[in-house]
Ligand binder design. Sequence first.
Ligand code: FAD
Ligand code: NAI
Length: 475
Amino acid sequence: MSKQFDVVVIGGGPGGYIAAIRAAQLGFSVACIDAWSNDKGGPALGGTCTNVGCIPSKALLQSSEHFEHAGHAFADHGIKVKGLELDVAQMLARKNTIVKQNNDGIVYLFKKNKVTFFHGHGSFAAAADGVYTIKVVGKTEESISAKHIVIATGSNARALPGTAFDEEMILSNDGALTIGAVPKKLGVIGAGVIGLEMGSVWRRCGAQVTVLEGLPTFLGAVDEQIAKEAHKLFVKQGLSINLGVKIGEIVKGKKDVTVNYTDDKGVEQKAVFDKLIISIGRTPNTNGLNAEGVGLQLDERGFIAVDGDCKTNLPNVWAVGDVVRGPMLAHKAEEEGVAVAERIAGQHGHVNFNTIPWVIYTSPEIAWVGRTEQQLKADGVAYKAGTFPFMANGRARALGDTSGMVKFLADATTDEILGVHIVGPMASELISEAVVAMEFRASAEDIARICHAHPSLSEATKEAALAVDKRSLNF
Ligand code: FAD
Ligand code: NAI
């Protein structure tokens, strides 16, 4: 006899655990199944994001930024640091503590919201009379059933064909977050979000980092002007970024790994690294769900096929987060999780794909929301642009971080904000104002007329909005 619930969520990452909590808040009896285990074999709730993604990468970014500042930036403040050393083991231990705090936090939230947690692998066992039975295989095996199923099984790192991750020398994000000593030469294949973030961590710690990117353009999804500025800054910091390469054979030696590639001029090259991170995107995780057994449809790219409301082809089976179309971002997964729980309760759950912010946590950070200038051009939209450099912002000068700019794009006729793009200090925090403004369909003039605290980085946002109308005051 299986245990009965109203809602069973498969996957305890940001999509799944948030869906479970919201469903419980709405009065349903909820179970959440998650397979992730910590190094002691116990549960480690939070999925990719908490265990090998957002949280540990930001912890290492912070530590490595402190190290770099102590080495260079502090001197300008008159702070002299002697005998500076990096204790990588402590840096990793701190990261692990932060991960564990987050794992434990979700256990607490499940208790608080009366979500029943099952540690194990979930798969569809049967579907009959509108009720789905899910088999959970953990230390023991059991069956649970519910009318509503939410699949939030996330994604895995994509490997290069013929080159398996060994997590010792050829690393996915998992291995990239556990490198035990600063590599002398670090190779990164893929100049995307992970490549730039993890490349930045280890460059700051002293590694010589070479990034090999297949596309001829740098950060193609980012506004061109912002991407160009970021590229300039990263190269200045010492990242070697090679665009338009074609990766050939990767040969693993005893102590190093050789990457053969053709550069953008068609010349054969060979690079030898101590460690190689491969960050070329992620694939949806539908393995072992027995999707075919119950007739759950996947799309042509292997994601679970869903409509705009995250409904699959099976009645009352929903899917959210990385395992479905759309950006692979924790906050997108969470928003979908909340929306699905509310739809199950008959409410009008809502996710606005036009206002999902993106952040790349390099230094300076890159953040954006809405459309880029190149997209507006391609769509034939008449727009006005305004930019403001952090160089002209008093707070940025006081911080000692004047790189980058804020850029506003607004409709030429209505002045509605169509996109905001930032490269600069604390861009991850600054972008929220733009997200709120766009949700409320504000105009650039609305932001331009709002009083912003002085001195603050957010004044650069106001000034960029003023610049749309060619009346910025401090530049
Ligand atoms: P996941 O977090 O992948 O969780 C899925 C969970 O389901 C996992 O615990 C998995 O073990 C479990 N599972 C899978 N199959 C089963 C099964 N059959 N039964 C039981 N359990 C199962 N996003 C951001 O927004 N900001 C960032 O800063 C950021 N940084 C990142 C850094 C890195 C290095 C990486 C790799 C990703 C980063 N992301 C970031 C992306 C973010 O981690 C994902 O978008 C997010 O985790 C997706 O959430 P999810 O719930 O869909 O899936
Ligand atoms: P990505 O999609 O961001 O970047 C992959 C890069 O690899 C692209 O530039 C692509 O052109 C390149 N590439 C693909 N195949 C290649 C090949 N054969 N040779 C050379 N280059 C190749 O993927 P990434 O960095 O793996 O990250 C996966 C996802 O995780 C991101 O898209 C994002 O959704 C999420 N993430 C989000 C973060 C954040 O929000 N700050 C941080 C890290 C990851």
